[in-house]
Design a protein around this ligand. Structure first.
Ligand code: MLT
Length: 268
């Protein structure tokens, strides 16, 4: 683990391996440990930069609203602080995917390729945005138990608590370990994120899109449509997984990621 100062904050990050850099961006309300099962497999040929985002894990918490653009600004500041100027592969899960799209909108010359995992391109409906504000208030008033109650069943495959109880426990632990103020700021940021449909046809870097077969937040059908709107993108459905596919079926996810990254090495 390293602590890096950038963008007026301190970020807790893993910086592992050597080769073309890959940024692994976690979802909400999680932290960098959600990528634990990818670290050994992917760091053989790539340099992995795996941060706790602002407000999560052991990184600085900012009150108010943290927008997807702010998260993308933070990631670019982190890359600058690490001296990584070559374009990177940006791989984001769910909120991490919203951030990957914000990164593409603002910093496309820093993007070598994109991996969108269990994520969406649509903005929140007014009802969904209102529910996020209510949850943000609940989190700050009552703590993360409320958020865990609301989110856990949506994050994992219905069978996961039975067949992979350690994964269900790790996801719950991450949620309960998240600072409620950090979670609230990201909830407000997600509620205000713009629709990214217009952005998808502009993506002209290699892109992999995948979703767990039982993803209750970003369904395979929705993600297949995202992939169809991105020129040349590949879509993969991950069996035996819900929204947290990299944790729920790491063998299959790692195989897809390794293939995507290996092809990229061959093209260099
Ligand atoms: C996530 O996993 O990052 C969240 O489910 C995203 C969301 O709530 O839209």
């Amino acid at each position: 683990m390293r602590q890096i100062s950038a963008a007026g904050a301190t970020f807790n990050i893993i910086d592992r391996g050597a080769g073309p850099a890959v940024l692994l961006v976690h979802g909400f309300p999680l932290d960098h440990t959600m990528w634990h099962a990818q670290l050994d497999a992917l760091s053989v040929n790539n340099r992995l930069i795996v941060p706790d985002l602002r407000g999560f894990g052991r990184s600085t918490v900012t009150d108010g609203t943290v927008t997807m653009e702010q998260f993308a600004d933070d990631l670019v500041a982190l890359l600058d602080a690490l001296g990584i100027q070559q374009p990177v592969c940006v791989c984001g899960l769910s909120m991490g995917g919203y951030i990957a799209l914000a990164f593409w909108r603002k910093y496309r010359d820093r993007v070598r390729s994109l991996i969108l995992c269990d994520t969406r391109s649509a903005a929140d409906t007014p009802e969904a945005a209102a529910a996020r504000h209510t949850l943000a208030d609940k989190a700050t008033a009552e703590g993360m138990e409320k958020v865990a109650e609301a989110m856990l069943p949506k994050l994992i495959h219905p069978e996961t608590p039975k067949v992979r109880p350690q994964v269900a426990a790790a996801v719950k632990q991450m949620i309960l370990g998240t600072n409620p103020r950090g979670a609230a700021a990201a909830l407000r940021g997600m509620a205000s994120r713009p629709d990214c449909a217009d952005l998808l046809p502009t993506i002209n870097v290699r892109t992999l899109v995948f979703a767990g077969e039982k993803d209750a937040i970003s369904s395979p059908d929705e993600m297949r449509k995202i992939a169809a709107a991105i020129p040349g993108a590949t879509f993969v459905e991950i069996p035996e997984a819900g929204h947290m596919s990299p944790m729920e079926n790491p063998q299959r996810v790692n195989a897809e990621l390794q293939k995507f990254l290996a092809d990229e090495l061959l093209m260099r």
